[in-house]
Design a protein around this ligand. Structure first.
Ligand code: COA
Length: 253
């Protein structure tokens, strides 16, 4: 049995086996993430322990995982129009919750679309997946702990290409550096992610939770780096470089 709840642009499908599928679904804006979308996604992972959710799969719409934070929303925050940071709260939750998370990345995964995958327990990508972290081009700094975890994953030189040159990379490279587990046909990735989630959901939960905690030792360091990134990010968001970059995107032809 399945239970579907759509809140704004996120649909949460819950299966009887304890698996929740979270679908970012705003295809006309390439699934750019709004505050409300972050809040819905955060609630799923934060409430997992209490409501019996044993594994969460994140997916987008066909051909688009997400184009990252909504730039219009960045502009509002840049102008001081928003004091809260649903993105920041979601990011903190990614590094804090204990529920296993799996990404099914089909197509574009920009900004947080890439950095959230760093927090996933497992990830699968389609051959047309395209990852990019253009923070510096937007006058910002990396977020979600990626300034620490990406160099660790890919090595400093590769991380420099991705985080300073802001180069895009594809599914094959993502698999080579270990960002994703496997590259699969677009029609297969969600089924593969859901099957892996179902397997995790069926494991002895206490042993699984301890194992997850053990293999993720160092989470405190990642959270501390997130705080450091977050303070710089908030400062730069209000700066001239970011404002000019947002304006250039919003007024492009
Ligand atoms: N925030 C707000 N709107 C966005 C968006 C974002 N992050 N990404 C895409 N959109 C919107 C576009 O403004 C456009 O809206 P419109 O039809 O009302 O003009 C629509 O989604 C389609 O995007 P478009 O740029 O026309 O599609 P494309 O295929 O040519 O390019 C992207 C897709 C994702 C490569 C491009 O839109 C892009 O670079 N987006 C910004 C990504 C980004 O910098 N994210 C922040 C990371 S921190």
């Amino acid at each position: 049995m399945q239970d579907n709840v759509t809140t704004g642009h996120v649909t949460v499908t819950r299966q009887d086996n304890g698996v929740a599928l979270v679908r970012m679904n705003r295809p006309d804006k390439k699934n750019a993430l709004t505050g409300a979308m972050y809040d819905t996604m955060r609630a799923v992972i934060e409430n997992a322990a209490a409501d019996g959710t044993r594994a969460v799969v994140f997916a987008g719409s066909p051909g688009v995982f997400t184009s990252g934070n909504d730039i219009a929303d960045f502009m509002q925050r840049s102008a001081g129009g928003q004091s809260t940071s649903p993105a920041g709260d979601f990011i903190k939750a990614l590094a804090t919750v204990e529920v296993p998370m799996i990404a099914a990345v089909d197509g574009l995964a920009i900004g947080i679309g890439t950095t959230m995958v760093l927090h996933m327990d497992l990830a699968y990508a389609s051959p047309n997946a395209m990852f990019r972290m253009p923070f510096v081009d937007l006058g910002l700094v990396p977020e979600a702990g990626s300034s620490l975890t990406f160099p660790r994953l890919a090595g400093l030189k590769k991380a420099t290409e991705y985080l300073m040159l802001a180069e895009a990379f594809g599914a094959k490279e993502a698999e080579e550096i270990g960002l994703v587990n496997a590259v699969l046909d677009p029609g297969e990735i969600e089924a593969k992610a859901l099957a892996a989630a179902a397997r995790l959901a069926a494991k002895p939960p206490i042993a699984l939770a301890h194992t997850r905690r053990l293999i993720r030792k160092g989470a405190e360091e990642i959270r501390a780096r997130m705080d450091e990134e977050g303070a710089l990010f908030a400062e730069l968001l209000k700066g001239d470089e970011a404002r000019a970059a947002f304006m250039a995107f919003m007024t492009r032809k």
